[in-house]
Ligand binder design. Structure first.
Ligand code: C2E
Ligand code: CA
Ligand code: CA
Length: 758
């Protein structure tokens, strides 16, 4: 084959070109090596914290500054990647190695990371590391990673400080527990200054109490807790005493620490600066202390930090003080020092939880003073308060396993007794309370006997939760009151049903009175000589759709108990007087209107004004209005006499109702001018069969006449009774024999019939 000279030339040409390229390549590579070498040399030479990692061998060159940044001498660290691995924060090691890998493989355009490296003294230094890869040739992969470190700790700590500060303010605003906030504050300042340890102490009286110090040893905190402050008691004892900052540069030599340095030195503390914590009103609340393990005075930064730390802690402390005060106020009854209602509830709630898991029992006593209102009303609230304090101290003196004493307000007390596990013990304890309270006491120089009623409920049988247990005790108390007061009663299911019914009736009656759905019937009163109607008595009627007809004997006393009697009486007065005026207008003969007045009204200052108003509004002639009151009113209160007097002045007639059934005697009548006595049906019933009753009724009539009163006999059902009463000289009579209590139209009919007859 003949060679082609042209092709050969071409090949040769190519060979030369290739050689030339190789030469250039080699040249370039050499250049590159030289330049990276120069770069590395430059970097190493510059007084920088440089590192230079050989990726093939994991040998790493760390510059002296790199090492000293972490507190090490040049010969103290090995030139190997493991050195870095042992120093970097474990959370960050893998992340950084991955980043380096991504950079070297070209996935990342640059390498810049932040990391924490442990200082020789144990704390972390925040570092920013920037690096470049270095390759041996253009086409070869990088063989080294060369970089340098910048210490960004100060900036990082300030940033962290700000974040923490915000977090602490949030904790304060959200009402986190004080001890948690103290811990965060201490850690925040400790994070700002390497090696610093902080403590917060609270001042109570003249004593320091541990507040928070998460980095100080427990043993040290314990020995400071309870320290009495003074002019030379360490740093915090002195600063709280003087109200001024105390800087102790060296605990070992400062005389202020001589008495207590033995508790600090073993734990390494060498200096302590303390700033008093002052409240917004200027009161010293405690102290903020900063410690180092070497003697030092604060730098400007540290000094400012101490001021701000004390201020921030002050906010927390003051908030805590206020909260404690509020809690105290809410949890104690100021008058007696007993627990308050809310405290009782909180206590009961946790006691129920505990008793439920321990399967244990306890009793709840509801104690209510009998007729305490009388003292308050007649002697004033100051005397009433003193009296309540006396009662409270007597209750407290019983002791006997009383787990908690509470005043629920007014004259109501509540006692939790853990020992009352059986009925006998519970009853004995109740009896002790009754006895001790009933011992005569001195109220405003007068001997006074206070009785009380007690309701007892037991956990768990009477109520397994707070609400039902309280309700049970309340129901039992109601029973004790209902059975005549001055006694105790245990809760029982039957009583509860009764109480529920009673509650329902009370509710219905309240509505009925408010909505004016009660009505009046009238019963005629007759002159015994002429048989003529001389008056009517107004009697209240209540018909309820569910309860049916309820007797006034029942609902009047309920109205009295629930405080609705005033409204009821007012309605009766207005309706009855208006009715009488209307009858008169219809042409009916002039008669009297008798209205029943509950004794309660005689204690009511609004009563006389009410009567005046009724007379004015209805236009009734005062003497046509007759008020029927029971004997008890005549007896008990001196004050009633003046009410009687005022009524008389108004011209209103007065009659004593149910005469002979109460304790009243004629003697009590001598002070009063009464127009009429009503002899109770109780006597009339026996009048025909019992000689003694006849004598009694006879003398009542005679004496009444001697006192200038008329006599009305009530409950006349038989004509023979009329005859007998006529013989005895009785003036008037009222009863079914003449007429049943009737609605107003019925009365008009009776009148018209009589008029026709006459
Ligand atoms: P009271 O004042 O002794 O009234 C007389 C009671 O005897 C009335 O009973 C009357 O219906 C009844 N009565 C009259 N004649 C006879 C009779 O011949 N035989 C029998 N078996 N009973 C007779 P009522 O209406 O049930 O009233 C009972 C009590 O309720 C009254 O006794 C009175 O104390 C009280 N009351 C009634 N209405 C009022 C009122 O509006 N206000 C006040 N505070 N008490 C009232
Ligand atoms: Ca009456
Ligand atoms: Ca009566």
């Amino acid at each position: 084959m003949k060679s082609n000279p042209h092709l050969l030339t071409q090949v040769n040409q190519l060979r030369t070109e290739l050689a030339s390229v190789n030469e250039t390549n080699e040249l370039l590579t050499n250049e590159l090596n030289k330049s990276s070498e120069r770069f590395v040399t430059a970097m190493r030479g510059a007084n920088q914290a440089v590192w230079d990692w050989d990726l093939d061998t994991d040998e790493v060159y760390y510059s002296p500054l790199w090492k000293s940044m972490l507190g090490y001498d040049d010969d103290e660290l090995d030139n190997h990647l493991d050195t870095w691995k042992s120093l970097v924060h474990s959370d960050e090691q893998q992340i950084i190695l991955d980043k380096a890998q991504n950079y070297l493989s070209g996935q990342l355009g640059s390498f810049e990371v932040e990391m924490r490296l442990r200082h020789k003294n144990g704390y972390f230094v925040y570092i920013r590391s920037i690096a470049f890869s270095v390759s041996k040739s253009f086409d070869s992969k990088p063989s080294r990673l060369v970089g340098y470190h910048v210490d960004i700790s100060k900036h990082k700590r300030a940033e962290l400080f700000n974040k923490k500060h915000t977090k602490i303010l949030e904790m304060i605003a959200k009402g986190f527990p004080t001890s948690d906030i103290y811990t965060e504050i201490a850690l925040m300042y400790e994070g700002l200054f390497v090696g610093m340890r902080c403590s917060m102490l609270e001042l109570e009286g003249d004593t320091l109490l541990h507040g928070g110090a998460p980095s100080l040893p427990q043993e040290y905190c314990d020995s400071v807790h309870g320290l009495k402050i003074g002019p030379n008691i360490g740093s915090c004892g002195t600063s709280t005493y003087t109200g001024k900052r105390v800087v102790v540069e060296n605990i070992e030599t400062d005389p202020k620490w001589s008495a207590i340095k033995h508790v600090a030195l073993p734990h390494g503390m060498r200096c302590c600066w303390s700033e008093p914590i002052i409240s917004s009103t200027g009161k010293v609340l405690g102290a903020f202390g900063m410690y180092y393990n070497h003697p030092a005075r604060p730098t400007e930064d540290e000094s400012e930090a101490l001021t701000s730390a004390a201020m921030l802690t002050g906010i927390v402390m003051e908030r805590d003080h206020n909260q404690k005060r509020i809690r105290e106020l809410a949890y104690t009854d100021e008058l007696t020092g007993f627990s308050s209602r809310s405290c009782l509830y909180a206590n009961l709630e946790s006691l129920i939880k505990r008793s439920s898991s321990e399967k244990s029992q306890f009793s709840l006593y509801y104690l209510d003073l009998d007729n305490f209102k009388d003292i308050n009303d007649s002697l004033g609230h100051d005397v009433g308060d003193k009296h309540l304090q006396e009662v409270a101290s007597r209750i407290a003196s019983v002791g006997q396993g009383a787990h908690l004493l509470a005043r629920l307000g007014g004259d109501e007390f509540c006692i939790i007794v853990k020992e009352a596990t059986n009925k006998d013990t519970a009853a004995n304890i109740a009896a002790r309370y009754l006895d001790i309270i009933a011992k005569p006491s001195d109220v405003c120089g007068r001997k006074f006997t206070q009785t009380c009623s007690i309701g007892i409920a037991s956990y768990p049988e009477d109520g397994a939760d707070l609400q039902s247990l309280l309700k049970a005790a309340d129901t039992a108390l109601y029973t004790a009151k209902d059975h005549g007061k001055s006694q105790y009663a245990f809760y029982s299911k039957v009583l509860a049903t009764e109480a529920e019914y009673r509650f329902k009736v009370e509710q219905y009656l309240r509505e009925a009175i408010e909505q004016h759905t009660l009505s009046l019937v009238y019963q005629t009163q007759h002159d015994l000589d002429s048989g003529k109607i001389v008056g009517v008595e107004a009697l209240s009627r209540w018909h309820h759709p569910e309860l049916g007809q309820v007797s006034p004997i029942q609902f009047i006393s309920i109205a009295e108990r629930i405080g609705m009697i005033k409204q009821l009486t007012e309605q009766v007065l207005i309706t009855a007087c208006t009715q009488l005026v209307a009858w008169k207008k219809q042409g009916l003969p002039s008669i009297r209107m008798a209205i029943n007045i509950s004794p309660i009204h005689f204690l009511d200052p609004d009563f006389i004004p009410l009567i005046k108003r009724v007379i004015a509004e209805t236009g009734i002639v005062a003497s046509d209005l007759e008020l029927e009151v029971t004997e008890t009113v005549v007896q008990t209160h001196q004050k009633n006499l003046s009410v009687f007097q005022e009524l008389k002045t108004l011209g209103v007639s007065l009659s004593i109702d149910d005469f002979g059934t109460g304790y009243s005697s004629f003697a009590s009548l001598k002070h009063l001018t009464v127009d009429c006595l009503k002899i109770d049906k109780y006597f009339i019933d026996d009048l025909l069969t019992d000689k003694k009753t006849q004598l009694l009724v006879g003398s009542m009539i005679e004496m009444a006449h001697n006192l200038g009163c008329n006599v009305v006999a009530e409950g006349i059902e038989k004509p023979e009774q009329v005859n007998e009463l006529k013989k005895l000289g009785c003036d008037m009579a009222q009863g079914y024999l003449f007429s049943q209590p009737t609605h107003p139209e019925g009365i008009s009919t009776i009148f018209n019939a009589k008029m026709e007859l006459s």
